[in-house]
Design a protein around this ligand. Structure first.
Ligand code: PRX
Length: 651
């Protein structure tokens, strides 16, 4: 396969109807799906009410389905009460207490099977531990743990007592944890001593101690799970040893019924300003979204072994590890390590070892493993797989075809799922028994999801393959309920462009003549590195915090494996020298924000393209970073000559 544009056009016109053998054994038949689409089209709220009654167990049934009187602050099922942990655990026990909930494989290859009964008991014990430290309904708890079952236990334990968790990805650094603790005013942190990933030690407790060394006055307790077995400092006034504490607690803890709208969790994500946004989700609506999509998109049922390779620190790990599969009573694999350790066949070895039937991962991972060569997947029997999924960024047709051919054996449908931290669950995706797929296309909106494409003036884009703003025109149950502590920012960011019913996703998209969507990229200052969202301003703020840096402009440029890579243009302070500074700055950003934010390239310069009002023209900087021809009008710049200079400096 070559990279020529003609080839890629040819590839994109290839279509893949659902394989008959898949349709014949699917849990959701094409007729079922048609019924869902019809029901949603004829009565949007009635449809969601039916789903909510069918898929969730309510302590107190709801009578109000959607309250839109204060749009864009929508309330779903607001007079209903339920408990998320009850829905993920207790309700399965009569039938599947002994069924495996989690097949956990550690970095070192050790495997542990955890039944639903066991997950229930561990969750209750830890919930009681939280209660013993006086944590209860509405309190915020930061979770900074490896991708291990204790993270799921911690999340479900919070949900059980109505506490609101905020998971911080284990790769984030101390300042990032500190910001999140302070924004959420968290009363507790749950962490581990450390863990091994790819054989390398990650020191989690040390990083938490560093975060707590300055400010963070709200934190009263730190729970520490011993995963690595390393020496750590314990502060007897504040730190609690997880294992010792849970040993004293009962394996029963009554679930606290909360309002459907009670926040289940906060998850921080990047936006176009320097400050991360605390996206928060409701209990009832969110859980419903994760369950419906596990059933519809992944076709999950009794026989499945599901594996979502995401980390619980991201929304994908929330919806498709901690909540969706558990609420559906499905067996899943959870993995602590990295795909290339001890060898680049790790994921494929695990698919074979655990008999994985539905596999969900990110394009960046597929591209990285594709580069390692076919010999690694070919070492393993992958015939247990029946369905493949991707998420996080556009998948290039070459990677799609490789996934289809080499991993799926030309037997498994691929669902390319578009969604966001804000949407809580899949929004636009193929359905495996139903959709004819096309590499690079995310297909159509799910039942009950009114995705559309609008132009600048808010008119629907009717022309096939013309670009526009991706929007959702009606509220849906699993949508975010706000930005923690900042309702105005929520309104402005998501509903500011058109009206208070039109959710603006921040992506641009196009639609073909058959109504299939293709995602083109972000419309705001956000880069997507390996499927993870980073605000360019966050990285710029980190750079200018360095003593030698006066100004910085950060942009993304295409990268073969990561999707996008960060390029930083840096203006130094008058007396600073660029000698050996590039590596120092890359390390500096990594320390401030975490390794994923580390710039791929630093370019020193003495000027940046600015408007007369002093705003950096990032679009121009981006074109320079990509080596594109500059077609924009540069005459309005304060310093038009700078563009040529930047281009020349890049050579
Ligand atoms: O730009 C879109 C891209 O990822 C963004 C959401 O990022 P985040 O909230 O971190 O959640 C990632 C996992 C849900 C979107 O605005 N994105 C997500 N899925 C796709 C995608 N781009 C293209 N195709 C997808 N399937």
């Amino acid at each position: 396969m070559t990279d020529s544009p003609i080839d890629s056009v040819l590839e994109e016109s290839r279509t893949f109807p659902p394989p008959q053998h898949f349709v014949d054994s699917a849990n959701q038949t094409p007729a079922d799906i048609n019924q869902l689409y019809d029901a949603a089209a004829s009565d949007h709220t009635g449809f969601w009410a039916t789903q909510a009654r069918h898929h969730l167990d309510w302590h107190q049934p709801f009578s109000s389905v959607l309250n839109a009187s204060d749009a864009p602050f929508f309330r779903w099922f607001e007079d209903g009460e339920l408990n998320a942990a009850y829905n993920c655990l207790d309700r399965h026990l009569p039938e599947r207490a002994d069924q495996t909930a989690i097949i956990f494989e550690g970095d070192d290859g050790q495997v542990e099977n955890i039944t639903f009964q066991d997950l229930f008991a561990r969750t209750c014990r830890f919930a009681n531990t939280l209660k013993a430290s006086n944590i209860g309904k509405g309190d915020r708890v930061i979770i900074y743990l490896p991708n291990i079952p204790q993270a799921v236990v911690a999340m479900l334990a919070c949900a059980r007592i109505g506490a609101i968790h905020s998971v911080v990805f284990g790769g984030f650094s101390a300042p990032a944890i500190r910001d999140r603790i302070n924004d959420a005013e968290a009363r507790a942190v749950i962490t581990a001593d450390g863990n091994y990933r790819g054989g390398k030690l990650i020191q989690l407790k040390k990083t938490v101690d560093e975060a707590l060394a300055e400010g963070c006055d709200s934190v009263e307790t730190v729970f520490v799970y011993r995963r690595a077995g390393i020496d750590i400092d314990l502060n007897s006034a504040r730190d609690v040893d997880w294992d010792k504490a849970v040993a004293e607690q009962s394996t029963q803890c009554p679930p606290v019924a909360v309002d459907s709208e009670h926040p289940l969790f906060i998850l921080y994500t990047s936006g176009s300003t320097g400050r991360p946004k605390g996206i928060y989700h409701s209990t009832g609506g969110y859980l419903l979204g994760t369950i419906c999509t596990c059933r519809w998109t992944f076709d999950l049922g009794e026989r499945d072994i599901f594996w979502c390779t995401a980390d619980v620190g991201w929304v994908t790990g929330h919806s498709y590890i901690a909540y969706g599969p558990t609420a559906c009573g499905v067996t899943q694999v959870m993995f602590e390590g990295v795909p290339t350790y001890p060898e680049p066949d790790r994921l494929w070895a695990m698919v074979e070892r655990h008999g994985v039937s539905v596999f969900y991962t990110a394009p960046t991972g597929i591209r990285a493993l594709m580069r390692q060569g076919d010999e690694y997947p070919e070492r393993h029997d992958l015939t247990s797989l029946r369905l493949l999924g991707t998420v996080g960024e556009p998948i290039n047709p070459e990677a799609w075809m490789w996934y289809y051919r080499v991993i799926g054996g030309e037997r498994c449908p691929i669902v390319d799922t578009w969604w966001q931290t804000e949407t809580g669950a899949h929004m636009i995706t193929a359905l495996p028994s139903y959709t004819t797929t096309r590499p690079g296309s995310v297909s159509k909106p799910l039942p009950g999801i009114s995705a559309d494409i609008l132009d600048e003036s808010g008119e629907r884009v009717e022309t096939a393959n013309a670009g526009g703003y991706l929007v959702i025109r009606q509220p849906w149950p699993s949508m975010l309920r706000g930005i923690w502590g900042d309702p105005e920012r929520y309104r402005e960011t998501y509903f500011g462009l058109f009206d208070s019913f039109t959710y603006v996703a921040g992506d641009s998209a196009q639609r073909d003549a058959d109504g299939n969507f293709r995602i083109l990229g972000r419309t705001d200052d956000v880069v997507n590195v390996s499927g993870h969202r980073l605000g360019t301003m966050e990285v710029e703020s980190a750079l200018v915090a360095h003593k030698s840096v006066s100004e910085a402009a950060v942009v993304g440029r295409p990268h073969d494996v990561k999707g996008e890579a960060i390029v930083a243009f840096v203006i130094l302070q008058a007396n600073a020298s660029a000698d050996n500074l590039a590596d120092e700055l890359r390390e500096w950003v990594s320390k401030q924000l975490g390794a994923i934010a580390k710039p791929e390239e630093i370019r020193f310069t003495d000027g940046l393209p600015k408007t007369r009002s002093g705003k950096i023209m990032r679009r121009l900087v981006r074109s320079v970073a990509r080596g594109d021809e500059i077609t924009q009008d540069t005459s309005t710049l304060e310093n038009p000559q700078i563009v040529k200079q930047l281009q020349a400096e890049g050579h």
